[in-house]
Each structure stands twice: as C-alpha cells, then as structure tokens.
Design a protein around this ligand. Structure first.
Ligand SMILES: [Ca+2]
Length: 375
C-alpha cells in the first residue's frame, strides 16, 4: 500500500510542479482571461486591422522620457518629461528647440502634454504645454512658428494654473476638441476627494478657450470643469463628436470612458463598473485589470480606438461599433507604451516609456515606432 502511494507520488509530483510553474507564468503575464481569451486568428471585429502583418519601423530611438509627440507644419516635435525640453525630430536625430526652465520633474511630474492649435494669425500659431512646476501643475500657451525650416517657440503665457501636483496622478493630457476648445485632463494628485470636489481643478477634464477662460457652455457657469470623478486621465480622443478617455484605476480596474459634459465618472466611490443603473455615477464602457493595461494615450482612427498600455506593455484596439470588447496587440514586444498617435501619412506611431523609472530600458530605448494599422 505504502509502496503504491510512493509510486503515485513519484508520477504526480512532477505533473503538479509543472502545473504550478505554468500557472505562475500565465498569472505573471496578466489576468488569465487576456491570455486564454485571445486566439491567434483575429476575431471578426478586428479583421480590418493589419497590425499583426505590419512591419514595425523605428522612427527615433534613445529618447529620454518622451511623453508627447506633435506635428507642426511638416515637422515632428517630441518632449522629455524629465528634462523639460521640446525637441525637433529630423531623420531620427533630435535637436532642442526650447528647454522650459520652470519644469520641475518630481516623481511622475514634469513636462507632460503638448497640443498645437492652428489659428488665423499670420505670424504664429499656439502651442500648449502642461507641466509640473515647484508649486503646481499648469497649462502654458506659447507662440509657435516655422520660418525657413526653423521652428521657434516663445512668448509663454500661463493660462490655467493652480492644478495640484504630487509625485503621482498629475494627469497631463491636452487636446483640441472638435468644438475648437482646449481640453485638459488632470489627476487627483494623490487626494481622491479632489475628484468629487467641484471647487478643485484636480480629478477632472477641463474645457477652456485658448486664453484659459472656461468654455461658455460648461455645466457650471464660470468653471472650467467639463466632467469630474476622474482618478487620472492622460488620454482623450474623439470619434466625430463622441469623446473618449482612458483612465488609470487604483489597483483593480482601468477604464475606457465615453465622456459627456457634466457627468460624474465615479472616483473614488467606484473604481470600474458599478452596474447600478440608478446610480449618479457614469460607468466605464469597459474595464481591464491594471496589470494588463494602465492606459495612457488613446487615439481614434477609421473605426477603431487605439490605446497605449504602460504596465500591460501592449497596444489595445477597440472597434467603435463594439465598445465593450477589445483586442491586445504587441504584448511585451516594445515594453511600456505611453502614447499612440496618427502620423501625417496615417501610420500609427507608438511612443515607448521604458526610461520613465518604471520600466526596464533596453538598448535604444525610448523609441518611436511606426506601424500600419490598416492594409
Ligand atoms: Ca470611473
């Protein structure tokens, strides 16, 4: 009898051991649903995408903490969160256009968002920058111009100041909406109560004009608040008139939200989907485990939302007609991905974020990688 048990154990133990190792490997890769849920063949909603066939091309490498990439009159500009520079990118080489002296990089603060607005002035356009100083997060408007191939950025004018800062949750998203206003995403700066406080600029999406004045149609007269109850939004995009934002959760659920004026997105009362239809809080369209996502940048292109994942080290696609479903590409291929943007030639550009203190930079990091999303 004892001998039989011994023999069984000899056979069973290795099987058990292998099972444990396999399970731990899958667990470490992220939630099991995202491992088992994805077949090799693209599910029907994603068959228009050529991401799996496209050959990634490196546009730039050896960048330091890039956060935003914008295009201006045929030139590409990229920032450094930690160093406070805005660089011009030319054939893979960077040259500094401006170093913003007030940028005070601390924790995850620094030079974050950039956005450009073309206007009718003959001599210059507007460049907006969101950055952390030693006393606040702020949005500063510059004049930007390009003459004889040379870009100038000057005449700084702070237009929104006094956004609380912290080592974490600084927000930092900037975007020009289809209504011609400047949208600003702020984080809760480590104090969750900010998000529900309508006197605080933190934990919000703000909407202002190019002078920083609240948009006339904002829900609270005289307030820049467009939506609230956010924990930390870094990405905003529009599909026509529909606005979407990616949002970092605490420990459990990251979110994709459709943003509507005046709505309360629940933080810190709810993280992720609450499923209470009578609730005063607006649920996300879908949610992902924080270790499989940590979504920063988001962009809409030809029927799809593309979302850059930091901890999830991947690019997520969401079909605009199936907003509660998603598919993940490039898992662990490029490391952490901060931003996804559309280049002037319609390629998708991924901006990696392996030098930001949370990643394992490899030779050549950080990079901008170009891919064709549609064949
Ligand atoms: Ca929420």
């Amino acid at each position: 009898m004892i001998r039989r048990i011994k023999i069984s154990l000899i056979f069973l133990l290795p099987v058990l051991l292998i099972s444990v190792i396999v399970f731990m490997f899958l667990w470490e890769r992220g939630p099991l649903d995202s491992v088992f849920g994805q077949s090799k063949k693209l599910p029907i909603y994603y068959r228009r995408l050529s991401l799996n066939k496209s050959r990634p091309k490196v546009i730039a490498k050896n960048l330091n903490t890039p956060w935003s990439v914008i295009f201006y009159k045929g030139s590409t500009l990229v920032d450094s969160r930690d160093r406070g520079h805005i660089y011009q990118l030319n054939k893979g080489k960077t040259s500094s256009i401006i170093k913003i002296a007030q940028v005070d990089h601390q924790g995850e603060g620094g030079l974050l968002g950039l956005a450009v607005a073309y206007r009718s002035h003959p001599d210059y356009d507007y460049l907006f920058a969101y950055y952390t100083t030693e006393k606040d997060n702020r949005v500063v408007r510059y004049h930007i111009s390009k003459q004889k191939g040379k870009i100038r950025i000057n005449d700084p004018q702070p237009i929104v100041t006094g956004i609380d800062f912290n080592s974490y949750h600084n927000g930092g998203g900037l975007a020009i909406g289809p209504d011609g206003h400047l949208y600003i995403s702020t984080g809760d700066a480590g104090d969750p109560s900010h998000a529900q406080d309508l006197h605080s600029l933190n934990g919000k999406i703000l909407r202002v004009d190019f002078n920083g004045r609240p948009a006339a149609k904002n829900p609270i007269k005289g307030s820049p608040i467009f939506s609230y109850g956010h924990r930390n939004v870094q990405g905003m995009t529009w599909a026509g008139q529909r606005m979407f934002a990616s949002e970092f959760g605490q420990d459990t659920w990251d979110e994709l939200n459709q943003i509507e004026v005046g709505k309360n997105y629940g933080w810190p009362i709810h993280e992720g989907i609450d499923r209470n239809s009578s609730s005063a809080y607006t649920d996300p369209l879908q949610q992902w485990h924080t270790n499989a996502a940590s979504p920063s940048g988001i962009v809409y292109d030809r029927g799809f939302l593309f979302i850059a994942n930091l901890r999830g080290q991947s690019l997520r696609a969401v079909n605009i007609d199936h907003l509660n479903d998603s598919y993940v590409f490039y898992r662990r291929r490029f490391g952490r991905i901060r931003k996804v943007i559309i280049a002037p030639n319609k390629d998708l550009w991924l901006v990696t974020s392996n030098t930001d203190g949370n990643g394992n930079p490899k030779k050549g990091d950080d990079r901008i990688i170009s891919i064709k999303a549609f064949s």
